[in-house]
Design a protein around this ligand. Structure first.
Ligand code: ZN
Length: 67
């Protein structure tokens, strides 16, 4: 019978790198959507006010100043 091996402390990340990447991507997409709904006045959508008009009802629904 061999002697018991001492316990090693292994650093285990609290969150997996894959989950962290997915979470950061989701946060980025949500921030971009929030910007488009609330603040875009045609600066992002280079084709005129297409995105502004697309998000127009959501903007008024959230009470964001528009026009
Ligand atoms: Zn409006």
């Amino acid at each position: 019978m061999s002697a018991p091996t001492p316990a090693r402390s292994v650093a285990v990340p609290a969150i997996s790198p894959r989950l962290l990447a997915v979470a950061l991507l989701a946060v980025g997409l949500l921030l971009m959507l929030a910007y488009l709904v609330a603040f875009d006045q045609g600066a992002v959508s280079q084709s005129g006010m297409y995105l502004h008009e697309l998000m127009h009802d959501g903007r008024h629904l959230l009470g964001v100043p528009c026009h």
